[in-house]
Design a protein around this ligand. Structure first.
Ligand SMILES: CCCCCCCCCCCCC/C=C/C(=O)SCCNC(=O)CCNC(=O)[C@H](O)C(C)(C)COP(=O)(O)OP(=O)(O)OC[C@H]1O[C@@H](n2cnc3c(N)ncnc32)[C@H](O)[C@@H]1OP(=O)(O)O
Length: 715
């Protein structure tokens, strides 16, 4: 829908109306076509302004329409007719001009933006390219290198940067439409030939081949198997080397391959999944829209190890006053120095003043008496955490929310130490906490909806993608991860090497293989947990524990002091402790051979397919169990956790979406096969939810919530 009016006597005003982001749905496109025609036919109109209602210019093509067969006027000719118009067309950009929205603005002869507006061509993040002329107009307007940067990363730029790049003609702090109307009046009747971007020659680049080779290499490296960034480079190359009409043909050709690709489907699913997780619900029926968060004006972090430091920095960067408490004076001083540096570095990157005064440092827990919310980040030890919660409950004012940054311990046990267990939730951050986007908000059986709402809101304020999940060992992310790492160890026992397994995982698209990741985070962390659980017993190498298969390989390495990067030895060898470059380690290969010989295991050849199936399918199976148990509300929650917390390649959607792409029937069949081959690994047995989904014809992932709901209502 688009509304037409005439203002200031001679300016036609076209307002896009499709809340909340004025996406270019079929109806909006039809509205634009009709209102542009009206404006051009109105003899009293000398110039035209296009704006969006409610302070948003346009969020781009309507992504929901991509799944359906396209109807309504197509974008490309619509934008072309705006560019060909004989009256000046001015885009008044407030809020966002993204994707097709910016492409529409690029079809206009002038662009006026509000200083707070954001502009960009984020199609690549949806597995697409700017195929409404964006890949051909932008390089002509701002030059090839700048266009390549924007189009291949999809990053949004501020109005100030857009002005500097030459994307907009003017930036205003006042009412954008008023400024655009004034501007439109000033350019009425002026010649337009020099304003049609498609007629511009692409600015010359001195060594075009070298530039594109270099960019393509960088893109291939960072894309990790994603096809859209590569197509984006190819489209910009067409702009740089071909006349506009031929460039448009190339743009269309490239878009056709992307549009129906599985990667585009995965990325678009992920876009909506990110938004779906914000609409959380608990099994009790409590929901995001019926639970009011408590106000949080002052926060505390207790425990200033790596996690506590990152959390406090993230809170300060979000503008919240933070009281930090660390009992050991030496650790407190060291933390203060490191955190100040982190704040300064972050501020420099963002071009703002470091919020050093937001953080106060103390070694006295009594200083937490007046805070609204505490995040406990002490050592991952239940007894220690229990003690801290007991103290917090006594010290903090009534109504203070008490949160634990455990990565998997029982939130309810901690709640039971406090006067108000309903005010206890888990806030599981991921390292480094000031960088990683994911936050698992863990509710126990006694957590109140208000406590969950408060933690979710705080996460949002910190710029995190927060996912509300139920309380179980490892929550969602680490519960699934345990199976992935365990299978990887079993593969070593059976004949694989860390390099072989990691290569398969990295080729799939993870930034780091399972063993490289284990070396980075430290083998000793899992070892300590296993020792606490009495699973790991020093000096023991039995392969069956608690009646099921167990791989002691990680424990045996720890017993030798091989903790990973920090000790310079782990699954790989490093030139010195703390070094990051992993080298294949002949010692480890020899150790594996000896281990196999000791246990009578015969090494066999293991191919990439088996590595992927053995590592990923048990995780997926556990994902189904998590859904069945009601720990996660839907597959979107699991997928968002994996993409933003564990490096699952976004163009594969997440584990649950990936399963639906592979085919549930195939996943089921392979799990059955592996369970038969390894009956001593009970979790390989396919979960009944997976069986149920296959039995009803493998509905698309978007329909699983309904099936789960029915399943729960039958119980
Ligand atoms: C055989 C095949 C032939 C192939 C040939 C085909 C040729 C086709 C040619 C077509 C060429 C098209 C080229 C153009 C493509 C595009 O434009 S793709 C879209 C690009 N745009 C974006 O990626 C922007 C996405 N949106 C955002 O980043 C943010 O939403 C925002 C605009 C910055 C606003 O943020 P915020 O205020 O935080 O709100 P949100 O919560 O994110 O969103 C609010 C609700 O709006 C929904 N939404 C947002 N954008 C879109 C969209 N583009 N389409 C549909 N819906 C959108 C979002 O899901 C939220 O919905 P609810 O959760 O239901 O509230």
């Amino acid at each position: 829908m688009a509304q037409y009016s005439r203002i200031s006597g001679s300016v036609g005003l076209i307002t896009l109306k499709n809340p909340p982001v004025n996406a270019l749905s079929a109806a909006v496109r039809q509205g634009i076509v009709d209102t542009v025609e009206k404006a051009l036919c109105d003899p009293q109109v000398k110039s035209v302004v296009i704006c969006g209602q409610d302070g948003v210019f346009c969020g781009g093509a309507d992504v929901k329409e991509f799944e359906k067969s396209m109807s309504g006027p197509p974008l490309i000719p619509m934008i072309h007719s705006i560019e060909c118009a004989t009256k000046p067309m001015v885009a008044a950009i407030e809020g966002s001009a993204l994707g097709g929205g910016l492409e529409l603005a690029l079809g206009c002869h002038y662009r006026i933006a509000h200083s707070k507006a954001r502009l960009g061509l984020p199609e690549v993040t949806l597995g697409l390219l700017p195929a409404a002329g964006g890949s051909q107009r932008l390089p002509r307007l701002i030059g090839v290198p700048a266009a390549l940067d924007l189009i291949t990363t999809g990053r949004h730029v501020t109005a100030a940067e857009a002005l500097q790049l030459g994307i907009v003609d003017q930036v205003t702090d006042h009412k954008t439409v008023d400024a655009a109307v004034k501007f439109a009046l000033s350019v009425a009747g002026k010649p337009l030939d020099a304003r049609r971007i498609s007629t511009y020659p692409c600015p010359v680049v001195t060594d075009l081949d070298a530039l594109f080779e270099d960019v393509m290499q960088k893109v291939r490296q960072s894309a990790r198997g994603a096809i859209a960034p590569i197509a984006c480079v190819q489209a910009v190359r067409a702009a740089a080397t071909l006349p506009y009409t031929r460039g448009m043909e190339r743009e269309k050709e490239l878009m056709a391959t992307l549009f129906t690709s599985g990667q585009a489907r995965a990325l678009q699913y992920n876009f909506f999944a990110q938004r779906a997780v914000g609409k959380w619900r608990m099994p009790s029926g409590a929901r995001w829209d019926t639970s009011t968060p408590r106000p949080v004006h002052k926060v505390a972090v207790i425990g200033l190890g790596t996690m506590g430091r990152g959390i406090a920095v993230a809170l300060a960067q979000a503008g919240l006053p933070v009281v930090t408490v660390e009992a050991q004076e030496k650790q407190l001083m060291e933390a203060k120095r490191v955190m100040s540096d982190m704040l300064k570095r972050g501020a420099k990157r963002r071009g703002v003043a470091p919020p050093l005064d937001k953080i106060s440092y103390s070694s006295n827990i009594q200083d937490l008496a007046d805070v609204d919310l505490v995040i406990e980040a002490v050592f991952e030890d239940m007894d220690l955490k229990k003690k801290v919660f007991l103290q917090l409950s006594a010290v903090c004012k009534p109504g203070t929310l008490l949160c634990t940054n455990t990565s998997g311990l029982d939130v309810d046990q901690l709640a039971s130490q406090t006067r108000n267990p309903e005010l206890v939730v888990g806030m599981h951050f991921f390292a480094p906490a000031h960088v990683m986007k994911l936050l698992e908000v863990v509710y126990g059986p006694r957590s109140s909806p208000q406590a969950v709402a408060t933690a979710m809101q705080l996460g949002k304020k910190m710029g995190k993608i927060s996912v509300a999940v139920g309380n179980c060992r490892g929550f969602v992310g680490n519960r699934m991860l345990k199976l992935y790492t365990e299978q990887a160890s079993f593969l070593l026992e059976e004949g694989a090497t860390p390099d072989l397994v990691d290569r398969a995982i990295e080729e799939f698209g993870f930034p780091m293989g399972v063993f490289r990741m284990s070396d980075l985070s430290g083998l000793d962390i899992g070892w300590r947990v296993r020792k606490e659980m009495k699973l790991a017993v020093p000096g023991q190498s039995a392969r069956i524990r608690e009646g099921r298969r167990y791989s002691p390989l990680g424990d045996l390495l720890c017993e030798q002091g091989r903790f990973g990067q920090k000790t310079g030895r782990g699954w790989y060898r490093y030139n010195k402790p703390g070094d990051r470059v992993a080298h294949s380690d002949p010692w480890l290969h020899h150790f594996l051979e000896e281990y196999r010989a000791q246990h009578g295991l015969v090494a066999r050849r293991i191919d990439q397919q088996e590595i992927l199936e053995r590592c990923l399918y048990p995780m997926i199976n556990e994902g189904f169990r998590i859904l069945q148990d009601g720990i996660a509300a839907g597959p979107e929650d699991i997928d968002v956790i994996y993409v933003f917390g564990y490096g699952w390649p976004r163009h594969c959607g997440g584990p649950m979406f990936y399963a639906s792409m592979v085919g549930l029937e195939k996943v089921l069949e392979r799990l059955e096969h592996y369970y038969q081959a390894h009956p001593d690994v009970p979790y390989l047995q396919p979960c009944s939810l997976l069986r149920r989904l296959v039995a009803i014809g493998s509905p698309p992932v978007q329909k699983w919530r309904e099936v789960i709901k029915n399943l729960h209502s039958q119980l």
